[in-house]
Design a protein around this ligand. Structure first.
Ligand code: ATP
Ligand code: MG
Length: 326
């Protein structure tokens, strides 16, 4: 959950970019933020991962933290495991005597099942939910917050001269110290995760291509794969499709939808294209001059609401562009 309570953001030049923002974004939401240029959309997004500080009010973000707890069923699981090991041992002996035939087949199948069992662990790895106060968070806790939040930009922000695979693997930097990052010390599991993310986004075949050799749409997919590899709870996207052609735009928006639904990742995206925002999100937030002027379902975005968000000039573009604005 992301909660804004009476949030104000004032830039150094005294410009108030956010005024009294109150918002609650639930886990698994796909929220599009719409509004005119300069309304405060990017500012709002960047306060969530503390790229921008706020002056008044509070922002709370729920994060998941790994925690190792003693496994309460350990001794029972171990007893069962040992019993099955005994059975496997006996079966192996029996198999030698059985030779070939139906009974031997049955024994072999049972043995296969038994040998695929994992040894029980003394500890269970759990994910614990915890609320972070974004306004005051610092140091280790801030790194943890940022690890939980993936970020996607209009300009992709890839390391152009590196391979797609290296770019995607860099989604793991938040899990390592700088020494490990410098020498690219990633675990086998992390490497698999990176490849799996590329596969999810249909660009596994580009893994060893230099990032700048890809088209814009493909680069945005690499950025998405990098965000997925980070295993975040939330993805913030600042105009993720603004520099893509209409066909690629739809493909990338579908990727966002998949990520939202398949992995349950909360998505908060700034969008200029209202029809797209309505089509893909579960919720629309309209911002005008730093204030929330609309918060509701896509189907509640009526022409009247559009005028509230964009002003009266919207009437002229509505017919031509079916509500799409820029
Ligand atoms: N670093 C900054 N210092 C001072 N003012 C800023 C800064 N960044 C943004 N602003 C101002 O804050 C207001 C909100 O800007 P913001 O970038 O959040 O708007 P936006 O809705 O994302 O616009 P766009 O659709 O053009 O991206 C604008 O008036 C902008 O000029
Ligand atoms: Mg912006």
């Amino acid at each position: 959950m992301i909660v804004f309570q009476h949030v104000y953001k004032v830039y150094d030049n005294k410009l108030t970019a956010l005024s009294d923002i109150n918002l609650t974004i639930n886990d698994g939401d796909f929220v599009s933020i719409i509004g005119l240029s300069g309304a405060g959309k990017s500012t709002l997004l960047r306060t969530i991962n503390k790229m921008h500080d706020i002056q008044r009010g509070s922002i709370y973000v729920d994060i998941l933290e790994d925690s190792r707890e003693p496994n309460p069923n350990y001794s029972q699981e171990l007893r069962e495991y040992e019993k099955k090991e005994e059975e496997a041992k006996a079966l192996r002996k029996k198999l030698k005597a059985l030779g070939e035939g139906a009974e031997a087949e049955k024994a072999r199948a049972r043995l296969l099942g038994l040998s695929s069992l994992d040894k029980p662990s003394k500890y269970s790895n759990l994910k614990k939910k915890r609320k972070v106060d974004v306004k005051t968070v610092r140091g280790k806790e801030l790194r943890l917050l940022r690890r939980n939040i993936g970020m996607i930009f209009q300009s992709f922000n890839l390391v152009n001269r590196s391979s797609v695979y290296k770019n995607v693997l860099s989604g793991r930097v938040g899990y390592h110290n700088s020494f490990e990052t410098l020498f690219s010390i990633y675990s086998k599991k992390e490497k698999m995760l990176a490849l799996h993310s590329l596969d999810t986004l249909g660009i596994l075949n580009k893994a060893y291509v230099r990032a700048d050799k890809l088209s814009g749409g493909q680069q945005q997919r690499v950025a998405l794969a990098r965000a997925l590899t980070q295993e975040p709870q939330i993805i913030l996207a600042d105009e993720p499709v603004a520099s893509l052609d209409p066909v690629t735009t739809v493909a990338v928006m579908n990727d966002f939808k998949t990520i939202n639904q398949k992995f349950g990742i909360t998505i908060v995206a700034n969008m200029h294209h209202v029809e797209l925002a309505k089509k893909y999100s579960t919720r629309i937030v309209g911002i005008k001059a730093g204030r929330v002027v609309f918060d509701g379902k896509p189907e509640q975005v009526t022409p009247k609401v559009m005028r509230e968000i964009y002003g009266d000039r919207i009437e002229n573009t509505e017919n031509e562009e079916a509500g799409g604005t820029r």
